[in-house]
Write a protein that binds this ligand. Structure first.
Ligand SMILES: Cc1cc2nc3c(=O)[nH]c(=O)nc-3n(C[C@H](O)[C@H](O)[C@H](O)COP(=O)(O)OP(=O)(O)OC[C@H]3O[C@@H](n4cnc5c(N)ncnc54)[C@H](O)[C@@H]3O)c2cc1C
Length: 453
């Protein structure tokens, strides 16, 4: 599905998408959602009243990705009048990552920068500055250029991709997380190289889709027995294996990379794959190494352990986006959501806590989307606590869905080419509405009509 189609479906003007890093038009989770105010522009109702005393506290946000930028925007939107400083390690104007594995990679989009006017928001932006440590006792973070004081600190440093051991420094081996990564991969696609993708996850599938579209020969090597093994249950992920073949991509499951040499990948079973380029998409880890010894509690997976208002274990310090986990009462577990919608929603909770506004605990129904092999894939919720999986439609066809239930109510929905199922399913999840599984299983019955009488 092209981005243009998304825009048309959501009825937005293309300019809205660019101005709105949120791009809810690109992620049409709610079929009847009213257009949100562009996040770059504070809504008049939320702005501080004229003449209100300026808040003397200085907020420092570390990380100028989606979550960091949205935090700055949300602070202004919710009337925070004090100084806001956004520190980012990358030298580029803050940008959105989803286009990097889609239109930008193919040269169909020239930039991915957020259209946020930092000057008019009175947000100070310092780019190319890596924060190396946090000293809560002094209320300071450290950078190569010296310490930076804060009254309130927001950690939004996202994640860094995992590398394949032994491949660091091997020519032709790529990761795909940053604008610079995508910049390096564009000539690979334009040159129609033979490409080996390691990992059949979200990034691997989207990169393989783009590389095929560009005319590359693509082989995807996956250690598990199916794509997306870490993200989706077998019943939903297994049908996706056929998409690779259909898209002209060779998918090797149960295959382990032994080593990568210039020009080829050698598998553990001895097979050799010619590789003009290798793209490693085997996951990411939170970019929280700089917090070691700071006193900020980190989980075993390296995420900042935040509470239900995204406060960390250290006073005046918050964490949001891909780098943080939070407790979910809805799911009865701690969630680490590393998707774009979480980097949009979380900052609103952080801003509310900073300005002292009443706010509900952060307990979203997580949402993400993916565009692969000509399909629009959407997922909402968390299936791990489900006791029942209900299939809607034929997974060998172009449009189908799965709904996972716990105690008779939906907890997660996966929709392939069925955005209405996603939107309606998400509302049922939010309200924990009991449904009739027989009606859910009938793709002709709208999900909202499957509510148990
Ligand atoms: C190629 C790609 C495609 C994607 N496509 C989709 C999609 O289709 N759908 C979807 O739902 N999600 C998608 N995602 C996921 C989504 O983009 C992320 O969830 C989102 O970017 C997270 O935002 P963040 O601000 O938490 O982290 P990031 O975007 O990683 O931003 C963190 C920023 O902090 C900076 N930083 C890190 N450490 C430091 C430090 N010590 N000092 C200063 N700055 C630092 C980093 O340089 C980075 O710029 C995609 C991700 C990628 C990489």
């Amino acid at each position: 599905m092209s981005e243009q189609q998304h825009e048309d479906r959501a009825g937005r003007r293309p300019t809205d998408r660019r101005r709105t890093p949120a791009g809810e038009d690109r992620a049409p989770a709610r079929e009847d959602a009213a257009p949100a105010a562009p996040p770059g522009v504070p809504s008049p109702s939320a702005a501080a009243p004229p003449g209100a005393p300026a808040d003397g506290r200085r907020v420092v946000v570390v990380g100028a990705g989606m979550a960091g930028v949205q935090t700055a925007v949300a602070l202004r939107d919710q009337g925070f009048t004090g100084p806001v400083l956004l520190l980012g390690a990358e030298p580029h104007q803050p940008y959105d990552r989803p286009p990097l594995s889609k239109a930008y990679l193919l040269g169909k989009a020239e930039g991915a920068a957020f259209e946020v006017d930092f000057d008019s928001l009175d947000v100070q932006l310092r780019l190319g500055v890596e924060v190396t440590g946090l000293r809560p006792g002094d209320h300071e973070v450290d950078t190569e250029a010296g310490p930076v004081p804060y009254d309130v600190l927001v950690i939004a440093t996202g994640a860094v991709p995992l590398t394949l051991p032994g491949t660091e420094g091997v020519p032709g081996v790529h990761l795909l997380r940053t604008l610079d990564d995508a910049e390096r991969l564009r000539p690979v696609l334009a040159g129609r190289h033979d490409v080996v993708v390691v990992g059949a996850g979200w990034i691997g599938a989207e990169f393989a889709t783009a590389a095929r579209e560009a005319g590359c020969a693509v082989t995807v090597v996956e250690a598990a027995d199916r794509p997306l093994a870490g993200a989706l249950p077998a019943e939903a992920a297994e049908p996706m294996a056929a998409w690779y073949e259909e898209g002209g991509v060779r998918l090797l499951t149960g295959a382990r990379v032994e080593r990568v040499e210039p020009g080829r990948v050698v598998l553990a079973d001895g097979r050799e794959l010619p590789a003009g380029a290798v793209v490693v998409g085997i996951g990411a880890r939170p970019a929280t190494g700089w917090l070691r010894d700071s006193g900020v509690a980190l989980g075993p997976d390296g995420t900042v352990v935040a509470d239900d208002h995204l406060r960390t274990s250290v006073p005046d310090v918050y964490a949001v986006g891909d780098c943080a986990s939070f407790p979910s009462a809805r799911y009865g577990s701690r969630l680490h959501v590393h998707h774009w919608d979480n980097a949009l929603q979380g900052p609103r909770t952080v801003a509310a806590a900073v300005v002292g506004a009443e706010s509900r605990p952060y307990d979203p129904v997580p949402y993400f989307w993916s565009e692969q092999f000509g399909r629009f894939v959407q997922y909402a919720g968390d299936h791990t606590s489900a006791d029942t999986a209900v299939r809607r439609g034929d997974p060998s066809g172009p449009a189908w869905a799965f709904v996972w239930l716990r105690d008779g109510a939906p907890v997660a929905v996966l929709a392939v080419g069925r955005p209405r199922d996603l939107a309606q399913g998400r509302r049922l999840i939010e309200a924990a509405t009991p449904v009739d599984p027989a009606l859910v299983a009938d793709p002709e019955v709208p999900l909202k009509a499957a509510v148990r009488a």
